[in-house]
Design a protein around this ligand. Structure first.
Ligand SMILES: [Cu+2]
Length: 149
């Protein structure tokens, strides 16, 4: 009789845990509200360790966020740059942060905003890059190596 009762208690507890787990996986908030697409990194010219990388960042959340830093174990330093026209010449300028409004996409592409990587050592496979946001979240994504001429 006592054994039966114990079994009942155990199975009830197990049932409660299963329900809790099912509740967790069904929560849509579990997926990241930030999307990184078209992430690519230029294979550096032979003998050089500086290169550029590009991506698109979409903010699917209901709040504006700022990208405040970029890092990777494959580079000593990564800066965000933009290109502006000064005296009819295109010049690169560092960006300390870039804001992405709710529902918006910010593009880092050749000829505009881009990532500048210094002290690069690519392993011939996708390079993992971390995008740091002002809310403390870090979005990590593989950047595919591409040849540019
Ligand atoms: Cu640059």
């Amino acid at each position: 009789m006592l054994l039966n009762r114990l079994k009942f208690v155990v199975s009830t507890t197990a049932g409660a845990i299963l329900l809790t787990l099912a509740g967790c996986t069904a929560t849509p908030e579990e997926s990241t509200p930030y999307e990184l697409t078209n992430a690519s990194i230029r294979t550096p010219v032979a003998g050089r360790t500086t290169t550029a990388a590009y991506f698109e960042f979409t903010n699917n959340s209901s709040r504006s966020v700022k990208i405040v830093g970029v890092s990777s174990t494959a580079a000593e330093r990564i800066e965000m740059h933009t290109i502006i026209k000064v005296d009819e010449q295109m010049r690169m300028r560092p960006l300390t942060s870039i804001e992405v409004a709710a529902g918006e996409t910010v593009e880092f592409a050749s000829g505009g905003n881009h990532l500048m990587l210094f002290g690069v050592q690519l392993g011939g496979e996708p390079t993992i890059v971390q995008i740091e946001l002002d809310n403390g979240e870090v979005v990590e994504t593989p950047f595919q190596p591409t040849q540019f001429n």
